[in-house]
Design a protein around this ligand. Structure first.
Ligand code: SF4
Ligand code: SF4
Length: 205
């Protein structure tokens, strides 16, 4: 798996959930299909009058989520920004060409007055596959995106009792000094954290 394949899978999914934060700090989520993909990122159309646009303009943080029929979750964490002014018309036409239903929503020239295209060029991509055994997760970036660590890690306080490995549903903890979590197979369920008598398992991120 890699970033480009994740973008391709999102393209196949088609309709994605876009989450933002509003001016009160509350989560806001909606489905978007007016998306154009290029190898270096993703472009999406919305209307300037929508709260979605206002949230992107004032905060910019966005999470984009898609789920395939193979039980793969793909999540982009990014900052979105308006695409360059000189490219707006071309991008609007590209998106409308790929999504013909949009011409019913914004017929004729109304699309140019109402519409705006945002771009995502720097993102962290999280891939999480629940359809394989053991489960598989990995992170990638596009552009200048940064990989952040989330999950559990075992510290040097470990005494090697093995209790964490016994209760791990994915059997992804291997003996050692200290014991090790195979991060690519970890569910982030927290069983190991609860079971450890030494508080040697740390939750991070
Ligand atoms: S339960 Fe805690 S002390 Fe025991 S092996 Fe796991 S991490 Fe180490
Ligand atoms: S968080 Fe859950 S899946 Fe991950 S290592 Fe701990 S017990 Fe296993």
């Amino acid at each position: 798996m890699d970033a480009q394949t994740c973008l391709k899978k999102l393209e196949y999914v088609g309709v994605l959930a876009f989450a933002t934060v509003d001016e009160n700090g509350a989560p806001q989520i909606r489905n978007i299909s007016a998306i154009h993909y290029e190898t270096d990122g993703m472009y999406f159309f919305t209307a300037k009058g929508k709260a979605f646009c206002r949230e992107l303009m004032t905060d910019g943080r966005v999470q984009v989520l898609g789920y395939t029929k193979y039980k793969e979750m793909i999540r982009l964490s990014a900052k979105a920004a308006p695409a360059p002014e000189a490219e707006q018309k071309k991008l609007i036409d590209t998106i409308f060409g790929e999504q013909p239903y949009l011409a019913n929503v914004y017929p004729g020239g109304t699309r140019y007055l109402a519409g705006i295209v945002f771009e995502i060029k720097d993102a962290e991509i999280e891939y999480f596959n629940l359809g394989v055994s053991p489960i598989f997760r990995e992170k990638y970036v596009i552009g200048n995106g940064r990989i952040t660590f989330k999950g559990y890690a075992i510290t040097d306080a470990c005494i090697g009792c093995g209790k964490c490995a016994e209760c791990c549903p994915q059997r992804c903890i291997t003996p050692g000094d200290p014991y090790q979590i195979q991060q690519e197979h970890c569910l982030h369920c927290g069983n190991c954290y609860e079971a450890c008598p030494m508080r040697a398992v740390e939750k991070r991120g």
